[in-house]
Design a protein around this ligand. Structure first.
Ligand code: MG
Length: 320
């Protein structure tokens, strides 16, 4: 905390001639954030703060803008609402604060399967799933987002299932394209699990010595490159045992957006090598990324945490 305050103090002298509010004032209440003068376009996945933001959306949106966030990626879309807020009211409040709705995560579900995380896709569900995507795509087009994102992996335990899921992803992506949106798929760690190849299933071998195929590779190979792009989550990629930089190098044409995520506040764990990740992102031409943060672990609020995340990126020389 001290180093951050010292930095803010120095920055105030360098950029604003000492106009910054005193050190003792609340960071969130500070009328001017000198770091924002860097003009970096930061994005935020609102999942990071959604347990705190709905108490007063206009005020919370203004705070996000003050921190330097510009682009928002939504979660919680369902049937014309973002959580319990009418989606067009949500858009207006965000836009009024100077924020741009850039992307939206959805969790497709169908009647009788209300928990999307438990949705076990079967081919006969295709019409209903497409119906969900059509409504979601039309609504999110009205919100003005660029990306509509499959947020979570449906159950996938075999190559056959992976191929079926790719059919669903391609169909959803075509619906998005028809609505003027780009479909994207967002990973967690499960996509880095390996599936026994069909020719190895049933063989009495030590499963640890059979290489298998990573689900994420099957998804990338099995989806239409003209329709489906991927949103790589840095934290979940590392948790899955892979290196985000390697993945960016492997799939420069398929990974187009990023979740910049650490174990909690960015840059504090040492678990993620963000300088190398940003270097490779820029080499790949990736412009859009969203900060995402799980819960704070030091008793402070989520809003205080994402303020630290924003400051970390604003101060980082490797972030342009
Ligand atoms: Mg994520």
């Amino acid at each position: 905390m001290n180093s951050r305050r010292n930095f803010l103090k120095k920055a105030s002298v360098l950029t604003l001639g000492g106009m910054l509010a005193s050190e003792s004032s609340s960071v969130l209440a500070s009328p001017v954030n000198p770091l924002v003068a860097n003009n970096k376009t930061l994005g935020l996945q609102i999942y990071s703060v959604e347990k705190e933001m709905y108490d007063d959306l206009p005020k919370r949106f203004a705070q996000l803008k003050e921190m330097g966030y510009v682009n928002l990626e939504l979660c919680g879309y369902d049937q014309g609402k973002i959580r319990s807020v009418d989606m067009m009211d949500f858009k207006k409040m965000a836009n009024d604060a100077g924020l741009v709705l850039k992307s939206s995560h959805i969790e497709p579900y169908i009647e009788g399967h209300t928990n999307p995380l438990l949705l076990d896709y079967k081919r006969e569900m295709m019409p209903q799933v497409k119906e969900y995507w059509k409504r979601a795509a039309d609504d999110n087009a009205k919100l003005g987002v660029k990306y509509l994102v499959q947020a979570t992996m449906p159950t996938c335990m075999s190559h056959e299932r992976a191929a079926l899921l790719c059919e669903f992803f391609n169909e959803a992506a075509q619906i998005c394209k028809d609505a003027g949106l780009q479909y994207a798929y967002h990973n967690h760690h499960m996509e880095f699990e390996r599936l026994l190849r069909p020719e190895d299933v049933g063989k009495n071998k030590n499963p640890w010595t059979i290489p298998g195929d990573q689900i994420i590779d099957l998804f990338i190979a099995g989806t239409d490159p003209s329709l489906v792009v991927f949103e790589l989550d840095t934290y979940w990629t590392v948790r899955g045992g892979s290196d985000p930089v390697d993945f960016l190098k492997k799939y420069p044409e398929r990974i187009k957006i990023m979740h910049i995520k650490d174990t909690s506040v960015l840059g504090q764990s040492g678990f993620l090598q963000f300088e190398k990740i940003f270097d490779q992102m820029y080499k790949n031409g990736i412009q859009e990324y969203f900060v995402e943060m799980e819960r704070m672990r030091d008793g402070r609020t989520q809003f205080e945490g994402i303020k630290d995340c924003a400051d970390y990126l604003q101060k980082a020389s490797f972030v342009r």
